[in-house]
Design a protein around this ligand. Structure first.
Ligand code: SF4
Length: 293
């Protein structure tokens, strides 16, 4: 099922995402696990569109609403989306205050928290469970791949069983899980990517985001690309791959994304992905008819 259909059926109106910042960092950047971050991760912590982090949460909500205002027609609700860095990495009391503030307005329908599965200790899980009793909480986990050789290459910093355990713990508390996968990691075949998706389906992830590998300025991946070590996917191949993957997704699993959402100012490759209109047209024509509804 596509996200928009799910949101319309659940909330009875259009629901828009507001990208907010909780002013957190990431253990893969602050030295706890590493300092360089994941190989593809930009300085913004893989969330280039968040509202300005030095503002209060109400100010950020107002700013993010202004960004989407041109799209809004009629009645609307919003998702308070904490995307950048690792939004469960920090003091649980502080994070709870931030999240509660973000969830407070009537028009906020969902709290969505992007994080790593190795950053969900008991006190954070308990806190998310409390918040989930107020409004739905989604936890977005950046798995990217199930293959350890790719995970090492991208410096993900945790092993697959950590993800599996995090999904179980979140589900025990009734919290929805959305899993991010990257398509086109160096050395991965279509069969490898299918295996990653099948794993995500089998563990019972509630949603999936498929993201084409983007080479962004200022990342270590950009250096690898410049050295000719990173082949990027061609447009046709990406669409063909989506046509292979989408039929594997059961209709109860919500498809949050099928295309990239990289910052054009930072994008080095593949440049065709910046032509959103062309990509969306082809996705609409060839991929969406394959979505189970
Ligand atoms: S875990 Fe997320 S924020 Fe941290 S380095 Fe990796 S992609 Fe970036």
């Amino acid at each position: 099922m596509l996200l928009n259909d799910y949101l319309q059926a659940t909330f009875g109106c259009k629901v828009y995402k507001l990208s907010l910042s909780a002013r957190v960092t990431c253990p893969n950047r602050d030295g706890k696990l590493g300092t360089g971050g994941c190989i593809f991760c930009s300085a913004g912590g893989s969330g280039e569109f968040a509202a300005c982090a030095d503002r209060s949460i109400p100010e950020q909500i107002a700013e993010a609403k202004a960004r989407v205002a041109a799209k809004v027609r009629g009645q609307a609700k919003y998702i308070a989306y904490f995307q950048s860095y690792t939004n469960t990495y920090g003091d649980a009391e502080y994070l709870e205050r931030v999240f509660r503030e973000a969830m407070e307005p009537e028009e906020i329908a969902v709290l969505s928290v992007g994080t790593r599965p190795d950053c969900l200790p008991q006190e954070i899980l308990d806190m998310l469970e409390r918040l989930n009793r107020i409004k739905p909480v989604w936890v977005e986990l950046g798995l990217q791949t199930i293959h350890e050789r790719s995970a090492e290459y991208i410096r993900r910093g945790y092993e697959l069983p950590v993800y599996d355990a995090a999904v179980r713990e979140l589900h025990k508390r009734g919290i929805s899980v959305i899993t991010h996968l990257i398509l086109g990691l160096p050395g991965e075949t279509h069969e490898d990517m299918k295996a990653s998706l099948k794993h995500v389906v089998n563990v019972g992830s509630d949603g999936v985001k498929l993201q084409l590998l983007h080479v962004l300025k200022g990342t270590d991946l950009a250096d690898e690309y410049a050295a000719g070590k990173v082949p990027v996917m061609e447009f046709e191949e990406y669409i063909d791959l989506l046509c292979e993957l989408v039929p594997l997704i059961p209709k109860e699993l919500v498809i949050h994304r099928l295309t990239g959402d990289g910052d054009k100012k930072l994008l080095i490759a593949p440049l065709w992905s910046a032509d959103k209109k062309r990509v969306l047209n082809e996705v609409n024509r060839r991929v969406l008819p394959l979505v189970k509804r």
